[in-house]
Write a protein that binds this ligand. Structure first.
Ligand SMILES: [Cu+2]
Length: 370
């Protein structure tokens, strides 16, 4: 126990010294930031977050961004130095796609990613709030008409895309006539394509049952499904992550129900070698709210049982070659990670260790969810 605590503390001190990642009070975490649900924010608070996101999208590319995955593996377009700092965040996720999904890094890396993004909003764009989340469980009965899809040009996330215009979002603060422009995989504006049954004709054979393929996306994030996730899998990190991240689980279903950028579909006018998938999903500002919710459910699971708090297990190599292999290693095959393993940050940030983000109120982090 003691050496473990000691390494967490020394890592926190080292990280603060290096670049002051999240939370000014992180060393002690006496006053955690409170992350709120989008609908609990005042209109002014929504405008502040939106303005900061759009500010990041006006800042220049950071030359420190250094892709680490060979493009024959990542299947992504080349880095585009004319993109914005927001695009750099997207590109890091594109580059690292095969290392941070269906591996043990999924939960800790995305927790870290939302935290460093939130910190960039603060340090580069004057944001003073906390990263919001979208509690999609509240909308499981009717995602299409959720009030989060608000057309207000200053405080709204915008509605559904126009099918006659490549599902480009026509209203809200990130509309196709706003100054929110995206670079990857090719220059375009934000797209959203409501998809009721996102698993129809699923491309990987044997991964899903015929019944799964018929699922309505929202059936995966009902209150009952959330309770099953948060209350179950006691001490079983692999089981928890793989239920959450599986193709018929809530994490992916939210991505695919919103379609467009969050669903990882290529723009109509992208080059013909564009490969869809999870890579450029962070183009969608709702990505940060969605992954806030994913992180929130992980914190709820961690708090549910003492055996969950520090539970961690996962491999470093995606096991997606076939369904049998995937079922054995849904969160990655060997070599396996441990809490001291570092996570990739593509030159934009110091590399965190998994242990640094196992708690949201210790190590390098200092926040709680409302
Ligand atoms: Cu991701």
């Amino acid at each position: 126990m003691l050496p473990h605590l000691k390494t967490i503390l020394s890592a926190a001190v080292a990280l603060l010294a290096l670049s002051g990642v999240p939370g000014a009070d992180a060393a002690a975490c006496k006053n955690p930031a409170v992350r709120k649900e989008w609908r609990a924010l005042t209109k002014t608070e929504r405008v502040e977050w939106i303005d900061a996101v759009k500010c990041l999208a006006q800042l220049p590319h950071d030359e420190n961004l250094t892709p680490t995955v060979n493009r024959s593996i990542s299947n992504i377009v080349a880095l585009n130095a004319s993109g914005s700092y927001y695009d750099d965040f997207v590109y890091m996720h594109m580059d690292l796609n095969t290392r941070i999904h269906f591996t043990g890094l999924f939960l800790p890396w995305h927790r870290w990613y939302v935290a460093v993004y939130e910190n960039a909003l603060k340090t580069k764009c004057g944001f003073r709030g906390a990263s919001p989340y979208w509690d999609w469980v509240k909308d499981s009965a009717d995602v299409h008409d959720s009030p989060i899809f608000d057309a207000d040009p200053e405080s709204g996330l915008g509605g559904w895309g126009d099918p006659a215009n490549d599902f480009r979002v026509p209203n809200g603060a990130f509309s196709n006539t706003s100054d929110f422009h995206l670079t990857y995989p090719s220059p375009h504006t934000l797209r959203r394509n409501y998809t009721l049954q996102p698993l129809l004709n699923f491309p990987l054979p044997g991964f899903l049952t015929a019944a799964d393929e018929q699922l309505d996306g929202n059936a995966t994030f009902t209150p009952a499904e959330r309770d099953k996730l948060v209350n179950g899998f006691v001490g079983d990190f692999k089981g928890f992550q793989s239920y959450f991240e599986s193709f018929n689980g809530s994490h992916g279903a939210v991505h695919l129900t919103l379609g467009g950028d969050l669903g990882g579909t290529c723009p109509d006018d992208a080059p013909s070698d564009c490969v869809g998938g999870p890579t450029f999903s962070a183009n969608e500002p709702i990505f940060w709210l969605h992954h806030g919710m994913v992180d929130r459910l992980w914190t709820q699971w961690q708090d549910k049982h003492p055996e969950n708090k520090h539970a961690f297990f996962g491999g470093s190599v995606e096991a997606l070659e076939n369904a049998t292999y995937y079922k054995e290693f849904p969160n990655g095959a060997a070599p396996f990670f441990n809490l001291n393993s570092t996570m990739p940050s593509d030159g934009l940030f110091p590399q965190p260790r998994i242990a640094d983000v196992m708690s949201t109120t210790a190590g390098m982090l200092c926040y709680v969810y409302e």
